[in-house]
Structure formats: structure tokens, C-alpha cells
Design a protein around this ligand. Sequence first.
Ligand code: FDA
Length: 392
Amino acid sequence: LENVDLVIVGAGLFGLTVAQQAVEHAGARVLILESRDHIGGNAYSYIDKETGAEIHKYGAHLFHTSSPVVWEYVNRFTKFTNYVHRVYTTHRGEVFPLPINLGTINQFFHAHYTPQEAEALIREQAGELASSDPQNLNDKGISLIGRPLYEAFIKNYTGKQWQTDPAELPAGIINRLPVRFNYDNRYFKDTWEGLPEDGYTTWFERMIDDPRIDVRLNTDFFDTTQPLNRDAIVGKVPVVYTGPVDRYFDYSLGELKWRTVDFEEVRYDEADHLGCPVMNFADADVPYTRAIEFKNFNPERRAQQNANKTVVWREYSRTAERGDEPYYPVNTQTDKDLYARYADSAAQQPSVVFGGRLGTYKYYDMHQVIATALNAYEHDIASLLGANEERQ
Ligand code: FDA
């Protein structure tokens, strides 16, 4: 530890961004500890040998942002393809475009409504529960977009995501259900989107390509059988911790709840199985929520992909138990209160900065986690490294 100015727990986008900044601005020598056998956190991907597809190991990752600062930052390490994310959904044997737009509405009602006509129709259908105060997700959904569209496209999909009948789910899970009264089915509204030209992992390797950054894989910060553990480090060197905040405090106040996703891999002797990268399944009789065909994220790589084989991952969503990958914070009021108490404890650790989605119990997209890491470096971490500034 004598040659280390900063220890970062977790080689996800938060940890990698902080490492890159600490070297660039403070000339710091950084040690990254990562319990998995790879960097990149949940955005990690690898090339599937059989098909040539780039598989996003922890679920589909699409980069998008409207922040010029983040866009400029990420473009220092990778170029992006011109991929534009579009999602389709299967309902009662028919495929519809998402998010719900004029194309979805006209196909669903076998109509040719103009934007104004469609808007008036949805307003009228949503009026069914207009004067009520919806207490469950079903009523909330109906009050937002009307019963026909809610029951076709939202109800069973959400029920599968939560493994709970939406009539039993709190109304607060959804605040709005976007409906577009034109034919725009671009999934993201951001200024920039795309996929890293040479893959996610190459992007991440370039961020930390500096002799002052040392990465130790397969190293768990809490494993006292290895020398680089919490007890040996905290108090001696500043730490940026991006693991689960409740785990840091040995779950002493209780456990924060997460949802996880199980993936089922299916291989086909076909060039293309879905015809698109992401197909949702809106009905209850298909047990998975959606299917991802990774080859279709990178059509520009057709020459490197196997023309006769493809791989699809089906996603099943459920509540996470300890030991599962925590993916989406459940965020009930009880969780929010519990997190607030952990955040108080975290604030009392003078030399440890908690960051990232696990460290702050928040769902962040990649661009958001990069923005929070740049901000945390500037406001909290640079001062911990202050003593090293003159090394520059
Ligand atoms: P992340 O979880 O990536 O990294 C934390 C790292 O810390 C992990 O590598 C973990 O192993 C390590 N760690 C934890 N405890 C440790 C310990 N005790 N010792 C050592 N290491 C430890 N975003 C987006 O922009 N577009 C998208 O399409 C998607 N899609 C998407 C799908 C799914 C299913 C999920 C769950 C998430 C997304 N995201 C996304 C969000 C994206 O994954 C997220 O923004 C980043 O992964 C967050 O990076 P972090 O560094 O915060 O956490």
C-alpha cells in the first residue's frame, strides 16, 4: 500500500471514471480491486465464439446521453456506431412498435387516426378513472393511457417484471406512461446514442490504460483471507467504494431490496431469429419479459459474424436474494428510509467515498454514472488526493 494513493473498490464505470480522473488530474497511483474476473461492471461484454455476437453479459446495454460533457468524455476512449435503439413487442400473435406511438395505436385499433384524433381517444379512454385517486398500478395505468392500451401492452409485462399481479402493486411504481402521437419509435430521446465501435470492454480498457493504474481481479474487498481487504485499507489510504452500501456496513441496519434478471440462452441455426435486437413479450402466457438477439446490435459487423447461427437471451425478472446479482433497486418507502440511514453512516466515513449504483442504491444509466463519477471526483475525491497534487 505504500505506493498507492487511492484504492477503488469495483471496476464498473464509476470506478473506472474515477481512476482515469485521479491519474489525469492528480497523477495518483490507483489500485482497483474487483471481485469479478473482468472489468466493466455490469456493462461488460464479450464476443461469443460461435456466432461472433457481442454478448452483454449482464443484459442489453445501449449508450445514450444528452450531456455534452459526458459525450465528449466517452468519445476520448471510443467511437460509437450509428446504432439507433428501437424496440418491438409481441401481443396476441402480432408485433407492435414501442414505445406506444401512433403506429402502435393505429395498428391496435385497426384505424388511421390523426395525432389529434388519437390523443382525444386516449384522453377519453383514460377518463374511465379520471376523478379517482388510483391506489394500485392497474388503476394508475388505466388512468394514464386508458384500459385497452394498458391491458395490452403494460399490465402483463409489468406483472412479469415484478412477479406480482399489478392490482397488488403500489401505484407509485409508474408516474407516467409515455405515449407518442406521431410515428417516432426511436426508443431514446437523447441527443446522442450508439454502441462502442470496438465493443464495451475495449472502451473500458482504454480508460485505464496507464501504468499508474493497477487492477486486481478476483479480489473481494471483504475477503479477509486476502491482504487487500477493508480492515487492512480503510483509514490508511482514501477509498472509493462502489459495492453495495448495506454490505459495507455488514447489513447491520437490514438489507436493501433489489430485483434481478435470469437469462436463458437459446441458439438457432438461422442468420436472424427476431429480426431486431429487442423483442418484448407483452402477454402473460410467455413467461419471459423480453428476448435479446445480440448480433442485431452490430449489423455493421456482419462480415465477422456467423451467417448461419445466432444466439438469443430470454430475460426473466424476479426479486433478488442475497447472492443474486442486484440489478434494479426496488425502492419502496421502507428501502428509501433504510438507504437514508446507511447514507448517514457512509457520510461519517471520512476517507471513504461511496459511489455508483450499488454504493448509492440508485438506478443509473451509464451516462448518469459517468456524470456522477466526474462530479464526485471534482467535489469529494480530488481533495482526498490533495497532498499528491504537486506530483503532477
Ligand atoms: P457496476 O455494478 O457496473 O460496477 C460495480 C463493480 O463493483 C462490479 O464490477 C462489482 O463486481 C464490483 N464490486 C462490488 N462489490 C465488490 C467487492 N466487495 N469487492 C470488489 N469488487 C466489488 N445503462 C445504460 O446506459 N443503457 C442501458 O441500456 C443499460 N442497460 C442495463 C441493463 C441492466 C439489466 C442493468 C442491470 C443495467 C443497465 N444499465 C444500462 C445500467 C448500467 O449497467 C450502470 O449504469 C452501470 O453498470 C453502473 O456502473 P457502476 O460502476 O455504478 O456499477
